[in-house]
Design a protein around this ligand. Structure first.
Ligand code: SAM
Length: 253
């Protein structure tokens, strides 16, 4: 068994088909099926859920249409499901058939087995009608194997007036570099890795397949240019990756 970082690396660079396969692997925990070592998620998803709730205040209202893209199958989507039941929201879920099969079927839930946005039934029935959209810890996979611009543009097509969308838990390599070149970042690395070595940080270097500030800010600009408000939000410090990840909130005025 290696360090937590080694365990995390085991889950790096996953494709939609990898998740599909992992969703059916009974030797994996529900956290591992969704691409995280237990140490990063077990007992911590309540903090993530609270952060999602505070960023999407419409979730606390009643009778909305909520879409979650890439819910996975750990505790987090079950918290979303419980909230939607309590608040009488309609819940639309888009993920692979295999992943969705791990989540309960209830009358307020509509499952769309698909690779978003390649999901015409969803667009046919819900364009302009989704009041709350969540895509948590999904964008970096789309960045590698899909098209983040299409992901964004088509998401915006779904949002109702006043609707809000959280693209959460985006690993930003620029933020990571800033952190690990700070004194606090160096101390964090040394404690976490139990070493006196300095973390390796290189500026002015393109890291293939990694989201950086240019992508985050580009997404915001693109949403704003289409008439939406868009903001970058820090994660609360109790989230396990808050020092290198951030969230994007988009609102249709
Ligand atoms: C890292 S998991 C995150 C799960 C959950 N949102 C969470 O934070 O616990 C990524 C999930 O997104 C799904 N996924 C990746 N790309 C997707 C896409 N384009 N459309 C729908 N689901 C996608 C994967 O199958 C997987 O369930």
């Amino acid at each position: 068994m290696g360090s937590t970082d080694d365990q995390y690396r085991k889950f790096a660079n996953l494709t939609f088909d990898d998740f599909r396969r992992m969703a059916q692997d009974e030797s994996l925990s529900s956290y591992e099926k969704t691409g995280s070592p237990d140490s990063y998620r077990k007992g911590k998803e309540e903090f993530t859920f609270q952060s999602i709730l505070s960023n999407l205040p419409l979730l606390n209202e009643q009778g909305k249409t909520v879409l979650e893209v890439g819910p996975g199958c750990s505790d987090l989507p079950r918290m979303v499901i419980n909230l939607c039941r309590e608040r009488h929201h309609k819940l639309l879920l888009v993920d692979s058939e295999e992943m969705l099969a791990n989540l309960p079927d209830e009358n307020f839930i509509q499952k769309f087995p698909a690779y978003f946005p390649q999901c015409e039934p969803l667009f046919r029935d819900f364009a302009g009608k989704v009041q709350i959209m969540i895509a948590y810890s999904v964008l970096h996979y789309v960045f590698v194997e899909g098209n983040v611009w299409d992901f964004l543009d088509r998401s915006l097509e779904l949002l109702a007036e006043g609707g809000e969308m959280l693209i959460g838990d985006i690993p930003n390599v620029s933020k990571r570099r800033r952190f690990f070149s700070s004194l606090r970042g160096v101390k964090f690395h040394q404690q976490f890795m139990n070493t006196q070595d300095l973390p390796e940080v290189q500026f002015n270097r393109l890291e293939r397949h990694k989201i950086d500030d240019s992508v985050i800010l580009g997404l915001m600009m693109r949403a704003r240019n289409q008439g939406f408000d868009a903001y970058v939000l820090p994660q609360p410090p109790d989230l396990p990756m808050a020092n290198r990840r951030e969230d994007v909130l988009i609102r249709r005025p």
